[in-house]
Write a protein that binds this ligand. Structure first.
Ligand code: ZN
Length: 290
């Protein structure tokens, strides 16, 4: 979710076209709330713009010409000033009338009753405007929409992080913790390798490798202590299989680094020699000099 800083609006004027961060021009016509009745998946930047700066008719707008034949009382422009935080007028052909833009953009779920004026259709009974707007503002529908709009604005204004980011941040934290657990295990293998020490003893859970890990725990490495105390046997990453896997990975990285350095040198030479080990398997030794 992008923050509001990314939703740069080129002009603050409600009657001018504006531009969102993706370079899309938001036309004045697009900012008429009547375009978004029962519309799902409205672009976040556009929604943000519609909440803050919807299209507003100018003071000379002829509301009487929008009246249906049986209605005599017209919408009054001053109501927009008095109820600017939620009330919006749509001049769109076919939907002319008053809306609650909060409820249009964050359509409340229907628990009981029928959503009517202000939410899914224009409110046009202007002689009852004050009483009806009071009823709407105290309705569960409006309260639900307001709560969702507040969460949306908090995310857009960078005050809170979205659910996706929360999940990502939880995952990121878990990855970091796992790396901290693996770090002493890998460095112990490297220590044994660089000092020609055998990793294992008579049993798989004895020997220099395990003793060095215990030594680390005694020295106060709490994350490793916690790791060995809380994880089950096959998730401790200290078995002989994991040791072999880590040794293979260390060898692979080491080999790649040597090849990389040799390739970067002006010239290099190779000496190869073959010899059978104690089990009779031929082992090829390669010495590279650069
Ligand atoms: Zn509402």
């Amino acid at each position: 979710m992008e923050s509001s800083e990314l939703c740069v609006v080129e002009s603050a004027s409600v009657t001018m076209n504006t531009k969102n961060n993706r370079g899309h021009i938001i036309l004045t016509y697009e900012k008429d709330i009547g375009n978004y009745l029962n519309v799902e998946n409205i672009d976040d930047c556009l929604k943000h713009e519609l909440l803050r700066n919807p299209w507003v008719p100018n003071t000379t707008y002829d509301f009487k010409s929008d009246l249906k034949s049986l209605i005599t009382r017209a919408f009054r422009h001053q109501w927009l000033h008095e109820n600017g935080s939620w009330l919006t007028y749509s001049a769109l052909e076919g939907v002319k009338g008053a809306f609650c833009r909060i409820c249009v953009l964050f359509k409340p779920s229907i628990h009981r009753g029928v959503q009517g004026g202000f939410i899914i259709k224009p409110f046009t009974k202007y002689k009852d405007f004050h009483a009806s707007s009071k009823i709407h503002l105290s309705s569960n529908w409006h309260t639900e929409s307001m709560s969702r709009a507040k969460d949306f604005m908090d995310i857009m204004n960078g005050k809170t992080i979205s659910v996706i980011e929360q999940v990502n941040s939880g995952l990121h934290k878990e990855i970091e913790t796992n790396r901290l657990k693996l770090k002493p295990i890998i460095s112990t293998i490297l220590f044994c390798g660089t000092h020609d020490l055998p990793l294992r003893g008579k049993k798989s859970d004895s020997g220099v490798f395990h003793d060095l890990l215990n030594f680390r725990i005694e020295s106060g490495y709490e994350i490793l202590k916690d790791h060995f105390l809380t994880n089950v046997g096959n998730a401790k990453y200290s078995s002989h299989r994991t040791q072999n896997e880590l040794i293979t990975l260390c060898g692979k990285i080491l080999k790649e680094e040597i090849v990389c350095e040799a390739n970067a040198a002006n010239a290099f030479s190779i000496i190869a020699d073959e010899s059978a080990d104690i089990s009779g398997v031929e082992q090829l030794t390669i010495v590279i000099r650069f």
